[in-house]
Structure formats: structure tokens, C-alpha cells
Ligand binder design. Structure first.
Ligand SMILES: Cc1cc2nc3c(=O)[nH]c(=O)nc-3n(C[C@H](O)[C@H](O)[C@H](O)COP(=O)(O)OP(=O)(O)OC[C@H]3O[C@@H](n4cnc5c(N)ncnc54)[C@H](O)[C@@H]3O)c2cc1C
Length: 494
């Protein structure tokens, strides 16, 4: 059976980033990336709807180690995909990717101090096994196969075209068509102005509004820094500028919600003038109880002002032959209805984790430093922030995995396992968001603890000090030499 030091699962933004870290920081480690799809890029390859883009700035969504060189800070999907591909080529990690390798199960054996990973590949879904010392999951957070669509009455009656953004038909022509986009999250807010460029009219139908804030698509300060400084220096400064301003505004929103709400409402009123209707922009929750929606260069507001887009805040009574009948009695006629109703959160794409023949029950585990689970040895996962760019956290995680591996090598350890050895730790939900996709999955998720290192900081500065400069041997991580691990395994099985 083929054996490598590290298996990375997933060749998206995080998997490619993780591989580059390994290449540079652990040059002697052998590794492969197992990717279930035929191509790299993950999210940025899967989503093909009009206008698909980031809603974070690329100075923080980009890798710490590779400058973002495009003028646009809020970047289009294809530009992000190119960035991932170019990074993989530049760091020479492309050749380590095994495409069409879908991991179904990974089981840890203490006897052998290694993982056995079961993979489906090829048209026959042949089962292949590989082993590794350390398993690093970079599988994203949602179900690739299906998206969330509520069970609306009458859907089958609708004679027009029904589309979900996760499975966008390549040949969908919406020129001159009446479009209704159901949803109010980042996807709806992106799609609506993009489709309005060609459609006859686009209506965004939302059950409840989101906080919507306009940001310049281009970051003038970052672009100026790039003109006057070498690439890397400009990138570091732009990244820090955005980390600090993002942290400031997040804290302001959480500590002074009324002030923040007022600022957001003032911005929207200013953009929309007489077209402003407070009920379409006043969510029933506080800022950052759900993710904030950012629009580049006020594109959504411009389309509303110019009459190509309208927003309706209402509930669906039923689909009809011609569109939708709403609870208020209003009808929305449509040729195309887009259900931007969200993702299905599914950690590790449902792959099964087993430790010494016992399946890992995620809700019974605690998350360690936002990257490992209690009692699961030689294992890490890349999950980003909910309140800042994904990569800020995943870069720290990948760096920490390398520190951990190097530390183990230096001390002759083969096994590392986070253990809850503090009786005062209390369990809490892992995410404090109240977005539908989080609430729907909360009982399948692991938990966090009330104290460091079991607490999820959702704060780059705190994580930076813990993960880049904090001790690896922190009193919570248990280390074992290979011989000790094997002896313990022999006792347990004997
Ligand atoms: C439309 C959209 C826009 C977004 N915009 C932003 C943004 O602006 N800012 C931000 O911070 N975040 C954003 N996100 C979150 C986004 O998913 C992350 O930023 C980031 O791209 C995730 O990268 P990833 O590599 O961790 O996961 P993914 O991109 O999901 O990649 C995971 C990869 O793992 C593979 N995989 C999964 N399971 C298996 C398995 N069992 N075996 C083998 N391979 C497997 C998948 O095929 C995929 O290639 C957005 C998400 C979406 C859906």
C-alpha cells in the first residue's frame, strides 16, 4: 500500500495553500493531495453563476505568501481560480494532486500510528487505499452535490426555468427575460446586479433583509502601495491594513450594534435616495449575527436606482404557472427563477473518520485551536473565519501543521493528540451565527470550549499570536514517540 507522510484532502484554495506551506516549511515531507473532482480550485471552479466574485478583499483572501497582483480587491471568480492555479504551478505542487480521488473514509490505528485512507476513483468507483502519518482535510464546508432548496408548494407547476446558482446551466440565456432571484445572502446580492445587465428586469425576493454595505472594488491605497513599493512589501502592508480595518469594524458592529446599524442604513439611504425603503434593508438581527453582504462600487444600489432591479420583502405562498404568488397577495411573473437560498453545510463532505475502530462522533468532540479535534490523533482541518477572510485562518492553520510536524520530528514523536485535560472547560456551540445554513446543521457540528485552546477566537490577531508564536507543547497536546504509541496499542488490543 502506498504510504506518504501527509495526505491533504481537497485541492481548493486551502488545499493548495496547505501544500505550498508543506513544500516550503517541511521540504522533506512526502505528501499527496487527493481531490474528488477533475480539477482544482474547489469553490472557485464549481460556482459559475453570472458575476461570481469574492466579497472579501483579496489581500486577506489571498495567501500570505503570494501577493495578489490584480487591481480589483474584490475579485471575480475566474481571477481567483487563476490565482489558485498559478500558485500551484509556481510552488510546483500540481503534480502532487490526484484528481478523481474521492476520500470516503479515514481510519486511524494507534498500533501502527498511521491513517488508512479509503478512496473511490475512476468510472467504476474502484476502492484504493493509501496510508499516511498525518491527515489534513481541506474539504471546505458545504455539500458539493446538492444545495439547499426549501420545499415550496407548486414548484412543478412553474412553466419557466428554475435554476440554482450551484448548478448554473452554461447555456442559460436570460437576455430580455424577467428574472426573480429568491434569497438575500451574498449569492443573491452578487447575482442580481450581474443579471440586470442583460435581463428585462430582476426582482430580488427576500424573506428577510441582510445588512448591505458598499465597498470600492479597487482598493486605492493598496494599488498606490503597489506602485511605490516592491510587490511583497505592498502586499504585506495592504493585508495588514485590511486585517486591522476589518477587525475594527467587526468589533464596532458587535459592541455598538445600534451605531453600526445607523451607519449601514445611512449608507443605503444615501445610495438609493427616494427609492430607499427601510423594510428591505433592516434585518431582524444584529450586524454579524449573520455574514454582512458587501457590494462592490454600490452596483446593486445603482441597478435599483436605475429601475432594472427591485427588491420585494415577502413570503412565497406558492409557485404558479407564471411565477410566484406571495403571502401578501402580490404576484411576481417570471421567465426564470433563481433559488439563491443557500448551501447545505456538510463538514468534510460527509467522509467518515474512525479512530481505533470507533467512528468519530463530531458533536462529541471539541475543536482545538480551530484546526483539530479532541482525541483525534495526527489530524487537522482547514476551516476559515466566519467574520473575516477564509484564508487568514487557513494560512495560520497550514503554518501550524508544519510547526507541529517539525516539532514532532525534532523530538522523535510520532503521535500528537489534543486532550481535554482541564475540568473547567465548558462546551459551547462552535459557531454563534444564526444563518439558516448554520442552524440547520448545528447538531452535526463539533463543539468549542469556553477557554483557550478550545475556544474559537474568530480573531486573526489572537490566533496569530497563538498559532505562529505560541508553544506547540502547550500542555494540552499529548505527544507520544512511535514506540510508546505502538506499545499502548498492543496493550489496548491485547
Ligand atoms: C460563492 C462563494 C463565494 C465565497 N466568497 C468568499 C469570500 O469572498 N471570502 C471568504 O472568505 N470566503 C468566501 N467563501 C467561502 C469559500 O468557500 C472559501 O473562501 C474558500 O474558497 C474555501 O476553500 P477551501 O479550499 O477550504 O474549500 P473548497 O473551495 O470548498 O474546496 C474543497 C475541495 O475539496 C474537495 N473535496 C471535498 N471533499 C472531498 C473528499 N471527500 N475527497 C476528495 N476531495 C474532496 C472538493 O472537491 C474541493 O475541490 C465563498 C464561498 C462561496 C460558495
Amino acid at each position: 500500500m502506498e504510504h506518504v507522510d501527509v495526505i491533504i484532502v481537497g485541492a481548493g484554495l486551502s488545499g493548495i495553500g496547505g501544500a505550498c506551506h508543506l513544500k516550503v516549511e517541511c521540504p522533506k515531507k512526502s505528501f499527496v493531495i487527493l481531490e474528488g473532482r477533475e480539477t482544482m480550485g474547489g469553490t472557485w471552479d464549481l460556482f459559475r453563476y453570472p458575476g461570481v466574485r469574492s466579497d472579501s478583499d483579496m489581500y486577506t483572501l489571498g495567501y500570505r505568501f503570494r501577493p495578489w497582483r490584480d487591481n480589483k480587491a474584490m475579485a471575480d471568480g475566474p481571477a481567483i481560480l487563476s490565482y489558485i492555479r498559478e500558485t500551484a504551478a509556481e510552488y510546483d505542487v500540481e503534480k502532487t494532486i490526484r484528481y478523481d480521488h474521492r476520500v470516503r473514509r479515514a481510519s486511524w490505528s494507534s498500533d501502527h500510528a498511521r491513517w488508512t485512507v479509503e478512496v473511490e476513483t475512476g468510472p467504476e468507483k474502484a476502492l484504493v487505499q493509501l496510508t499516511c502519518n498525518f491527515l489534513y482535510l481541506c474539504t471546505g464546508y458545504y455539500n458539493y452535490e446538492s444545495s439547499y432548496t426549501p420545499d415550496w408548494p407548486g414548484v412543478a407547476r412553474f412553466r419557466g426555468t428554475l435554476v440554482h446558482p450551484q448548478k448554473w446551466p452554461e447555456d442559460l440565456d436570460y437576455t430580455g427575460k424577467r428574472v426573480v432571484v429568491i434569497g438575500s445572502g451574498a449569492t443573491a446580492i452578487t447575482l442580481v446586479p450581474a443579471m440586470a445587465e442583460r435581463a428585462a428586469h430582476v426582482t430580488m425576493l427576500q424573506r428577510s433583509p441582510s445588512y448591505v454595505v458598499s465597498r470600492p472594488a479597487e482598493d486605492k491605497i493598496a494599488n498606490w502601495l503597489r506602485r511605490v513599493l516592491p510587490d511583497r512589501a505592498a502586499y504585506v502592508l495592504a493585508r495588514w491594513k485590511n486585517v486591522l480595518s476589518g477587525t475594527f469594524f467587526y468589533n464596532l458592529a458587535r459592541k455598538r450594534p445600534e451605531l453600526f446599524k445607523w451607519m449601514v442604513a445611512r449608507g443605503v439611504r444615501h445610495e438609493l435616495g427616494e427609492k430607499y425603503d427601510s423594510k428591505d434593508f433592516t434585518p431582524p438581527y444584529n450586524p454579524w449575527d449573520q455574514r454582512l453582504c458587501l457590494v462592490p462600487d454600490a452596483d446593486l444600489f445603482r441597478e435599483i436606482r436605475e429601475g432594472r432591479v427591485s427588491i420585494t420583502t415577502d413570503h412565497i405562498e406558492t409557485f404558479t404557472e407564471d411565477g410566484l404568488l406571495l403571502k401578501s397577495g402580490k404576484r411576481l411573473d417570471a421567465d426564470i427563477i433563481v433559488t439563491a437560498t443557500g448551501l447545505v453545510l456538510k463538514l468534510f463532505s460527509g467522509m467518515q473518520l474512525v479512530v481505533d475502530s470507533a467512528p468519530v462522533d463530531l458533536p462529541k468532540t471539541l475543536v482545538y485551536k480551530g484546526m483539530m479535534f479532541s482525541d483525534v490523533p495526527n489530524f487537522a482541518f482547514a476551516i476559515g473565519y466566519t467574520n473575516a477572510s477564509w484564508t487568514l485562518k487557513c494560512d495560520l492553520t497550514a503554518g501550524y501543521v508544519c510547526r507541529l510536524l517539525n516539532y514532532m520530528d525534532q523530538h522523535g514523536y510520532a503521535v500528537c493528540t489534543p486532550r481535554v485535560n482541564d475540568a473547567d472547560i465548558e462546551e459551547e456551540p462552535v459557531i454563534d451565527f444564526n444563518s439558516g445554513y448554520v442552524l440547520r446543521a448545528l447538531d452535526t457540528l463539533p463543539r468549542q470550549g469556553s477557554k483557550t485552546p478550545w475556544r474559537l477566537h474568530q480573531n486573526y490577531l489572537k490566533d496569530l499570536s497563538m498559532m505562529r508564536y505560541g508553544r506547540v507543547d502547550d500542555g494540552t497536546m499529548e505527544f507520544k514517540a512511535a514506540s510508546v504509541a505502538r506499545a499502548a496499542g498492543a496493550v489496548a488490543s491485547g
